[in-house]
Design a protein around this ligand. Structure first.
Ligand code: NIG
Ligand code: FE
Length: 429
């Protein structure tokens, strides 16, 4: 396939232009170009602007255009590829039984406390063949790609032993190599407390630091380290100890913070200079203001609140307080078995009071910033990767409006057409 591509006549070219997280009011700035065009050469964005101006510029430059494919995006909106900056997509087994128990009133944390939940996925992931994890991972990435996702984060944390944590991270490296999507790996060895470590959580952190993290770091199997900082899981002190040791190993910090109760996870994220604090359903006002001041990206996961029937994170308040908010799916087999970007967008609009403009920013440049990738993806700017989606509709406003249904018609990854609804899905297959 050809990585030289011209997309022209887009009714709206939504550039999301920028190279860093957008905070507060900046989240409303989408940098829209009417009748826009984008030129991608050898996988990288070369020119962006109005169609007439871009085409004239190409002509004047004398560039040989015979090696370029052209897509006419007339009547369609074109945006940066979406960045899903929080998922747990590599796992064995499913938890449909647990979902049915939750519908009858069992709580997520009670199921975990009695050895189910994350611990049930740990058992299934330990016994899963590596090849099966790769195959299921590829299918899940195909589904995400069809929703317009071009960069995705994935966490380990379903091993909780050295061998399986490493196996999960190696599977992620395989997926990154085998699939057009870019996959960013996060080491989350501190995801749950095994029964044998109950009451000895510090000993488990010692084990992670001594036995697992050094190999993850030396083999560069992950870019980030995450921890479930939560009541009855890992305390603020234990999370601090883990993440402070991760930094010198080259692993940047993320936290599952204030998800079930208000524990001070956001404040810890600020204290240690984490890239993002995620979930934040119960974050304090002070925590929000501190994140805004420190530039910690607040990654909100509305489908998890929806699935757990918990209150939504206070996205409106966070943006008004000057935070950079990102939106992600949290795709996992338990708390949120959902990779639907349009559902995330609709929930953010309806229950977090985010505007369509803020939602687009949260799914693009701010998602990229939550992965330390705002210089390379997340916007349509010259020099960035040619990762672009084209909608069936003329405006980005259709993303939250068409509830739960994808409006993505084409996905371009590094200048290659990798998904086309009109051609029945994935032309790469
Ligand atoms: O982000 N809260 C902890 N971790 C995941 C859920 C993982 C699971 O239930 O398997 C989350 O919600
Ligand atoms: Fe999560």
């Amino acid at each position: 396939m050809n990585a030289n591509l011209i997309i022209k006549n887009a009714s709206e070219l939504v550039t999301c232009s920028g190279f860093a997280a957008k905070k507060g009011k900046e989240m409303s700035e989408l940098g829209i170009i009417a009748d826009g065009a984008v030129v991608i050469e050898r996988g990288k964005i070369l020119r962006v602007g109005g169609t007439a101006e871009v085409m004239a510029g190409l002509k004047d430059s004398g560039k040989d255009l015979s090696g370029f494919d052209t897509i006419n995006a007339s009547g369609k909106a074109v945006l940066p590829g979406f960045v899903d900056s929080h998922t747990h997509l590599v796992f064995g087994g499913y938890r449909a039984d647990e979902y049915a128990w939750r519908l009858k009133g069992d709580s997520y944390m009670d199921i975990l406390q009695r050895g189910g939940g994350i611990l049930s996925t740990v058992r299934a992931t330990r016994s899963a063949a590596r090849q099966d994890l790769v195959q299921s991972g590829l299918k899940r990435l195909d589904s995400m790609l069809a929703f317009g996702v071009t960069t995705v984060e994935a966490k380990s944390g379903y091993g909780l032993d050295r061998e399986t944590e490493i196996k999960q991270l190696e599977v992620m490296a395989d997926l990154n190599r085998l699939h057009p999507l870019d996959l960013v790996s996060t080491f989350m060895g501190a995801h749950a407390v095994l029964p044998e470590f109950k009451g000895r959580e510090d000993a488990y952190i010692d084990f992670v630091l001594a036995e697992v993290m050094p190999e993850v770091a030396s083999r560069k199997l992950a870019e980030f380290c995450d921890v479930f900082c939560e009541k009855n899981v890992f305390s603020v002190a234990q999370s601090r100890r883990l993440l402070n040791r991760a930094a010198p190993s080259g692993l940047k910090a993320k936290l599952h913070a204030d998800e079930i109760v208000q524990l001070g996870g956001a404040e810890l994220a600020v204290e240690i200079g984490a890239v993002s604090a995620d979930h934040l359903l119960h974050v304090s006002d002070d925590g929000i203001r501190a994140m805004a001041g420190a530039g910690v990206v607040a990654t909100l996961l509305p489908a998890t609140a929806f699935s757990l029937r918990e209150p939504y994170a206070r996205g409106r308040f966070m943006i008004d307080a000057g935070c950079a908010v990102a939106l992600a799916t949290d795709f996992n087999p338990g708390s949120c078995f959902c990779e639907s970007i349009p559902l995330i967008a609709a929930l953010a609009a309806l229950y977090m009071d985010l505007t369509p403009e803020e939602i687009v920013t949260a799914l693009t440049i701010n998602g990229a910033a939550a992965l330390g990738r705002a210089q390379v993806v997340g916007s349509i700017d010259p020099g960035k990767q040619g990762d672009v989606v084209m909608l069936e509709h003329p405006s980005y406003r259709f993303i939250p409006y068409h509830i739960g249904v994808s409006t993505v018609e084409k996905v371009i990854k590094n200048g290659n057409l990798v998904f086309d609804k009109e051609r029945g899905g994935h032309p790469r297959c």
